[in-house]
Design a protein. Structure first.
Length: 509
């Protein structure tokens, strides 16, 4: 068989080599690892967006509600596009509003100003009126590597740096502040879902949830700096940690992902959070040293109803251990929760966690629930950061559930070896290029890396991530004589100068 160079020349391979070199420094989402049993997708990063169509409102003065700031507590925030008429005029008060009954997620806190992580800050909002845009952190949807995801960032305590609470005024008759982007939290009322049974005792009766998330880092999208509590000037801010900043379970069972119920024990809740090393280092109340997916504690004889991580010890901490540096990669969880037939050492519920493709053997935990429902009477899902001054930022690909206890099965593994020769190389790229655009194909047809029957950019992203089986040795062995290695490297560098990297695309208005 002719060499790749002999058939197609040097330049295509150099372009592929540049792809390979870029891939080493990019975090790409792997394919979904579990088969879909018929989830209700309470959140999907490909579909939801923020309802505040006109963004931050500098003319919100003295309580005039005709043009209220973004992130009003209890109002629809993340909604499906079909709920808004795309022809509506955001300048007409109320025309683009969404009925809360149709809102997929409502805003639970009160401080989101409608801005996104990484938006220009200008400077600390002093003077009359305060400078806009206002606060660091925020919420936005981005697309990268074929995956659309929601990014939520709470930068810490912007209030001490000049970003005051929502509705505050610098002086009478001046614009009210939009908020300071702390305590960002959303709630999803499950009783509005067509698939829900209307029984609010979801944690007692048994529920299966799945979410795919990672800690947000500047390597995978925009973030603002860290605003530590007690600072007063921008000189006091710190760079966001390289491995990201997660959170613990706090404030009576709140976390990045949580569930609430009205059950036999009244109003109760539990939570899951990605807790990295930066969280442990910054929180003097945490005495444990493990990182990973943390949840409600085991019962503690000293405080039998205390579920929060800062009150855990090595004996009561419930955590799926994952190295801190791995939490900035996508982690996919499949979790079952149900009441024990009878309490065990004062623990009332059992949690089984499958993750990242592990199917047959879950990690099993016994937990207690917090005696509170963060949202209201009934059954709710929660998502966000809700501590007053603690920072945190994470990305969500999806958050789904099904009532009852379901056992996962593995999804088909993404495969970009389109020619079946045992490696992923330039020949496979050419097959994808030739077949690109085809749809309705049989699963895993040539060029279809994820087996969905469509050959598109998602399959190219999978090829991009899997490319690299001895690519440099293949290139150097095929370089014709008089071209040496140094010349090849110069060629790579010149191409790299003109290559472009796909940047995250904002999906919110």
């Amino acid at each position: 068989m002719k060499s790749f160079f002999a058939q197609f020349g040097l330049i295509p391979v150099l372009v592929i080599a540049v792809f390979a070199l870029q891939t080493r420094n990019e975090v790409k989402a792997v394919g979904v690892l579990y088969n879909d049993p018929g989830w209700f997708y309470a959140y999907d990063g490909n579909e939801a967006f923020y309802n505040d169509r006109d963004g931050p409102n500098p003319d919100y003065i003295n309580g005039d509600e005709e043009n209220r700031p973004g992130g009003q507590s209890g109002e629809a925030a993340l909604v499906f596009p079909g709920f808004i008429d795309p022809s509506c005029d955001p300048e007409v008060p109320g025309e683009c509003n969404v009925d809360n009954e149709k809102g997929e997620w409502s805003f639970k806190s009160s401080q989101w100003d409608g801005s996104a992580p990484g938006d220009p800050l200008g400077s600390i909002p002093t003077g009359t009126p305060p400078l806009l845009p206002a606060a660091p952190g925020g919420v936005q949807t981005y697309t990268d590597g074929g995956t659309s995801y929601l990014r939520i960032q709470d930068s810490g305590q912007p209030a001490s740096y000049g970003w005051t609470d929502k509705n505050a005024q610098a002086a009478p008759n001046t614009p009210r502040q939009e908020g300071n982007n702390r305590k960002i939290q959303f709630s999803h009322n499950m009783t509005r879902d067509s698939a829900f049974s209307d029984d609010p005792a979801i944690l007692d009766n048994g529920i299966t949830i799945s979410f795919r998330a990672r800690l947000a880092t500047t390597a995978t999208g925009p973030l603002d700096d860290l605003f530590p509590e007690g600072g007063t000037t921008l000189a006091s801010t710190l760079p966001w940690p390289t491995d990201g900043f997660g959170s613990r379970v706090y404030n009576d069972g709140r976390g990045m992902f949580h569930l609430t119920q009205t059950g036999a024990g009244g109003e109760q809740q539990m939570a899951f959070s990605l807790m990295g090393q930066a969280t442990i280092d910054s929180d003097v109340g945490i005495i444990v040293t493990k990182t990973g997916l943390v949840m409600n504690n085991k019962a503690n004889s000293a405080a039998a109803d205390d579920v929060d991580t800062n009150h855990a010890n090595d004996a009561t901490l419930n955590i799926v251990e994952i190295p801190s540096e791995d939490l900035s990669d996508w982690q996919e969880f499949w979790i079952t929760i149900e009441a024990l037939a009878a309490p065990v050492d004062n623990n009332t519920h059992e949690v089984n966690v499958y993750y990242n493709g592990e199917v047959t053997t879950p990690e099993t935990f016994e937990i207690i629930l917090a005696d509170e429902n963060e949202f209201n009477t009934g059954a709710f899902l929660g998502m966000g950061t809700s501590s007053g001054s603690a920072p945190g930022a994470f990305d969500v690909d999806f958050y789904a559930y099904s009532e009852g206890i379901l056992i996962p099965t593995s999804a088909a593994v993404d495969d970009a070896d389109f020619d079946g020769d045992g490696d992923v190389d330039g020949f496979d790229f050419l097959i994808w290029q030739r077949e690109s655009g085809a749809s309705g194909q049989s699963p895993f047809s040539p060029g279809d890396a994820n087996g969905d029957g469509n050959i598109n950019d998602v399959d190219l992203a999978i090829w991009h991530g899997q490319f690299g089986v001895a690519p440099l040795s293949a290139i150097t062995s095929a370089v014709p004589e008089p071209m040496g290695l140094a010349t090849m490297v110069l060629g790579l560098l010149s191409l790299a100068v003109y290559s472009t990297r796909r940047r995250p695309t904002k999906l919110f208005p």
